[in-house]
Design a protein around this ligand. Sequence first.
Ligand code: GLA
Ligand code: ZN
Length: 679
Amino acid sequence: MINEKKPKIWYGGDYNPDQWEKPVWDEDVRMFKLAGIDVATLNVFAWAKNQPNEDTYDFGWLDEMMDKLHDAGIGVCLATSTAAHPAWMARKYPDVTRVDFDGRKRKFGGRHNSCPNSPNYRLYSVRMAEMLADRYKDHPALLIWHVSNEYGGYCYCDNCAAAFRDWLKERYGSIDRVNQVWNTAFWGHTFYDWEDIVPPNGVSEEWRGANGRTETNFQGISLDYRRFQSDSLLACYELEYDALKKFTPDVPVTTNLMGAYKELDYHKWAKKLDVVSWDNYPSLDTPHSFTAMMHDLMRGLKEGQPFMLMEQTPSQQNWQPYNSLKRPGVMRLWSYQAVARGADTVMFFQLRRSIGACEKYHGAVIEHVGHEHTRVFRECAALGAELNTLGDSLLDSRVQAKAAILFDWDNWWAVEMSSGPTIALQYVKEAHKYYEALYEANIPADVIGVDADFGGYSVLVAPVLYMTKPGISEKLEAFVKAGGTLITTFFSGIVDENDRVITGGYPGKLRKLLGIWSEEIDALLPGQSNRLVLSAQTAGLRSEYECGMLCDLIHTEGAEVRAVYGDDFYRGMPALTVNKFGQGEAWYLATSPEQAFLNEWLPKICEDLGARPLLRNAPHGVETTVRAKDGHEFLFVLNHNADSVRVDLGDKSVSDLLGGRTLSGTVEVPGRDLLILRR
Ligand code: GLA
Ligand code: ZN
């Protein structure tokens, strides 16, 4: 648990006093205390200030600020400042800047702009981490390290090309093997020498396609380059991690992730983080279920351990096309949504709103007016006070779920760089459909990687498990054999980890488990649809639903048919099947159904298997979760609606942690308010 030194839900966020003149500092601290802020993230973008040239380091401002915050009872989440290199470095050492997708050598500018394979970037970033760790190792304000910031983006420079070749040598051993796994006989791409291999980008194998996709001629090359770039940035993180640990072995280290951020394989990253932290920036119209899924994805990265909400805005963003204000109560409610799903911190970007450059219209606890008499400040201060009263009651408690959704970055990359059958298929969106069905039914779900332990679950949903990496089919078979229920979908089991098709009939290695053969895959045009016609009447379900996007034309090989297609030349062919396998069952949904089908069908399957709703008949917009520890359960009931709702808590009385009341039966939850019930 990270919060030992400060055993409460940490409250605070990014604070950039290095961007301000000193007279403001005391005023800031006065207001932090008013707002109940007890953690400040310092030094995120201060590399240029800390090291104004190659030979000079100056941490005077940081020394003073660390002391000042400590005197005020505020702890520090200390960043290493390496997310934006200083201008002198770019001038003197051109290897630190990246080459972009279009092959252009970048000049100084932006942030997150350092080549991860630049020898100079690595040298100076590690040295910075070491200097900071040595300097502040005994500082009483230091709570946790924050390495760099939101790692991301790719580089295609010559240093990366060379490092890519090394990475390939390590992974495949020989150029022959590379040719084999990339299937380079296609289009005469045979590589004779490691030097022939160049990064796949806009000047070689890739191009920007429709629907925001990056297209490629060679999925094998492009997949490996993604893995390699993710690993390269991770290596930079690890170098800093090791440097910090040399001086402060007991101080936790993290870097802030970004939810479903496509470029980095967070399952791999999470193994190197002491605690997962992430930045949550939904817009006004982001479905609450989507934000919930992102929290669950982040929680799932480290086997359900509590995570940090590292950043959210108190009011509005600046970088979305339309930056709506969070309505009164929403900041508090969304903060608790994070806590309800496993966060042990509530932190903002940013504590004071900057006056220049692109984030001056980004919300902050202290706004441009500079005093505390604002709506946003009042809401922040009220939440700060409330989190104080909660103390350590929720810390380190765990969310428990009987259902899980499988999510895999390699699969995501492969699905969305596949040339055909459709550009409409978006992995996260498809996964969210299943998540949403459970969310709407108030059935808790974990979102887990393919390496996770499946043991504790009764239902696994694997949407579009297109890529079956080594071991996964065996693992799923073992899960079902032992009594688990697997639900997987169209376009599953098609390729191996190099995007090579598994021959002998789709869904490849899942064929036996699912008891089907998928002979062809039809892609529907936008606006075209088919019908999913159920074979038997089931209470609570309609007899047919719309479906589309992709339709697998399947034959059963032992599985039972539960629905067929209603239209087209494959009318009457199976569209939904279930196969008994050992003690369990494996379902195949051969097409993408309308949401209503999943909302009505999936919860039934789950309930039959013991994955039950936390609250029954809750009105739409009511979200529930449970966190548990020490034999207690904390039921969160969040009302996302603007108006109040009535929910039935059942006969047993429970105590409301926030209101201090004892409740039972039907109770009212005001609009954008919540209950935390201890039972
Ligand atoms: C990210 C970054 C912050 C800031 C915010 C603005 O999360 O980490 O530095 O730019 O976005 O929303
Ligand atoms: Zn590079």
